[in-house]
Design a protein around this ligand. Structure first.
Ligand code: NAP
Ligand code: MN
Length: 262
């Protein structure tokens, strides 16, 4: 098995990464940072986002495993003190591969078209002033949006930023994209739906810039500022991300553990 490790960079995560390499060597795993079969992320959910973006071009050929060194993570199933158990299972078991949907966007500028994939979400905000955009769903006008921003999340990202803006939590087996508002302006002149909506796979929405504006686009933990964005097409990605499961951890149990059972 070819593997790579990405750690958060703190002392505990770095030392666990060292231990992992040692145990992996004893088991005959091959370290290969360029073309791994399995990527082990050690840190938090943010570390798994970094690992995903490091390997997104190989997303169809890679499976991720997360070890958390802080609180329980949505993408990180294993605790720091379970490292030996994890390596043993990796050596002796064939994991269940669980595939989660991604979000895909195509950003159109007068000169270029950029494609991005997100594991959690994209957000769009105005840098200098209120964001003003038209939203089309499947090429039909849906609404004119004025407000702080828009969050377009994947099912597994629905527990992150999306949850903070009142979006629903979506089980990752539901292939969909959630569009949630951040502080939309609603009065007699401007009107938006006011609640978040779920688009199924094979539907798409276009966010069309309606004025000269500097836009802040975030893609998970990454961000880009541009003044020349004309429109952004959003859809459920054609590729999925794979997680290697060596033991079950039901999504709703994670939700409960993370948000309710304190
Ligand atoms: P961060 O500021 O450390 O992340 C914010 C929190 O979100 C951290 O506690 C992180 O967990 C957690 N998180 C990440 N993905 C999650 C998921 N799928 N479900 C539940 N919680 C999740 O920055 P980061 O670690 O680089 O993560 C980037 C993410 O932060 C973005 O994708 C966005 O979802 C989120 N964010 C949230 C808000 C908000 O809620 N107002 C604002 C900006 C960004 P760890 O501590 O384990 O990393
Ligand atoms: Mn973080």
């Amino acid at each position: 098995m070819k593997y790579a490790v990405i750690d958060r960079g703190d002392t505990l995560s770095q030392s666990l990464a060292e231990q992992f390499h040692q145990l992996a060597k004893e088991r005959g795993f091959i370290r290969n940072d360029e073309m791994p079969d399995i990527v082990v992320s050690i840190g938090g959910d943010g570390t798994l986002l970094q690992a995903f973006h490091r390997y997104f071009e190989q997303v169809a050929d890679v499976s991720f495993v997360g070890i958390h060194t802080g609180h329980l993570g949505f993408y990180a199933d294993w605790q720091a003190n379970e490292l030996h158990e994890l390596v043993t299972m990796m050596a002796e078991q064939t994991p269940q591969i669980v595939r989660y949907p991604l979000a895909e966007i195509q950003v159109e500028t007068p000169e270029h078209c950029f494609k991005y994939l997100a594991l959690n979400e994209f957000t769009l905000k105005g840098v200098d002033a209120t964001l003003v955009v038209q939203i089309n769903v499947n090429d039909e006008l849906f609404e004119m949006f004025r407000g702080d921003g828009i969050v377009i999340s994947t099912p597994s990202g629905s527990t992150a930023y999306n949850k903070s803006v009142g979006g629903a939590i979506v089980h990752p087996y539901i292939e969909s994209l959630q569009i949630a508002e951040i502080a939309s302006i609603n009065n007699r002149v401007y009107r938006t739906l006011g609640s978040s909506l779920l688009l199924p796979a094979h539907h798409h929405c276009d966010i069309i810039s309606k004025k000269e504006q500097r836009l802040l686009l975030t893609i998970d933990h990454l961000s880009i500022q541009r003044s020349d964005i004309h429109s952004i097409r959003c859809s459920v990605g054609t590729k999925k991300v794979s997680f290697a499961r060596y033991r079950p951890l039901p999504f709703w149990k994670r939700v409960r553990d993370a948000f309710i059972d304190i």
